[in-house]
Design a protein around this ligand. Structure first.
Ligand code: KPL
Length: 297
């Protein structure tokens, strides 16, 4: 397939190298890039040369994999839409929810697919990516055209397993959102590794976060069993114990976080249903306070 990766950060670079190794014609598109080619090396493998920012690649793309952060989605996709055929599949893969809803009218003629992954990657430099944790990826269609793209699960699975097609992708996204609400803001505020949240002192906060999210999920007609969600959070804390969460890294490097699309999404849905979410609200306030302190310093 002709595949263009929009936003070759850590996860995008991981997919770029893996899809290239699986025999696909992969190119990159990055807002900051003026170069015609970009080299990327995965783990200890030799660097691969990718074409970058070539309009022909967009015109011929079968698939655009959009791996920018949630808050960059609108800005990244809008200028390239006129360069694409409406047969090109748009596959969005980022933390959080709400970013694609915000542009749904603009992309309604394309097959739209959402993905969520627990594959972990780290980009120590512009030309290197490390696969730091093997996880699972789920894909599902958003509109009618997107729902016919279930073959994509096989394509991606061949490149970097496990990938499955989930006809109820909203449920998978909410489950991941609950995990991100629990781990991301707390690790960013405490400046700690994911594994440190296993300490007893964090138990009651994690319980409260997940209880609030579960109530909102139910109000949003999603399946939400508090104990199951709480166990999933513990599983991820243990499986990624030595990792820094993406938000912890964003705060460390003073980069804008995805809080608005993670905790912010839950809090705004809670407000619509009249559900109190004081613990998530205070985490949202604290991360936003931290972000504002950079702009005022
Ligand atoms: O998705 C993650 C993130 O860091 O954004 C988790 C699952 C918390 C793993 O670090």
């Amino acid at each position: 397939m002709n595949i263009t990766i929009l936003g070759p950060g850590a996860v995008g670079a991981l997919w770029a190298t893996s899809l290239h190794d699986a025999g696909h014609n992969v190119s990159l598109w990055s807002r900051s890039c003026t170069a015609e080619t970009l080299h990327l090396a995965k783990d200890k493998q030799a660097p691969i040369e990718f074409r970058s920012n070539d309009d022909n690649d967009l015109a011929n793309a079968d698939l655009i994999l959009i791996t920018v952060k949630a808050w960059q989605v609108e800005e990244a996709i809008t200028p390239i839409l006129p360069k694409l055929s409406t047969d090109t599949i748009l596959l969005f893969m980022h933390n959080g929810m709400g970013a694609v809803d915000a542009i749904s009218e603009r992309i309604k003629d394309f097959p739209v697919v959402l993905g969520t992954t627990t594959q972990a990657a780290y980009k120590p430099s512009a030309n290197q990516v490390q696969h730091t944790g093997h996880g699972m990826t789920q894909l599902g269609g958003v509109n009618t055209k997107g729902c016919h793209c279930d073959f994509l699960a096989d394509v991606l699975n061949h490149a970097m397993p496990e990938v499955s097609w989930n006809p109820d992708i909203q449920q998978a996204l909410w489950d991941k959102l609950a995990i991100n609400c629990a781990i991301n803001p707390l690790t960013a505020i405490e400046r700690c590794l994911n594994g440190e949240l296993a300490q007893e002192k964090y138990h009651s906060t994690l319980d409260a976060i997940v209880k609030e999210v579960a109530r909102v999920m139910k109000a949003e007609q999603q399946e939400a069993n508090y104990s199951d969600l709480r166990s999933k959070v513990d599983l991820v804390i243990n499986a990624t114990a030595k990792n820094h969460s993406s938000m912890q890294q964003d705060v460390f490097y003073q980069r804008k976080t995805e809080i608005e699309f993670i905790t912010g999404y839950v809090v705004s849905k809670a407000r619509l249903h009249g559900i109190p979410t004081p613990v998530n609200q205070s985490l949202l306030d604290e991360i936003q306070r931290i972000e504002q302190s950079w702009s005022s310093s």
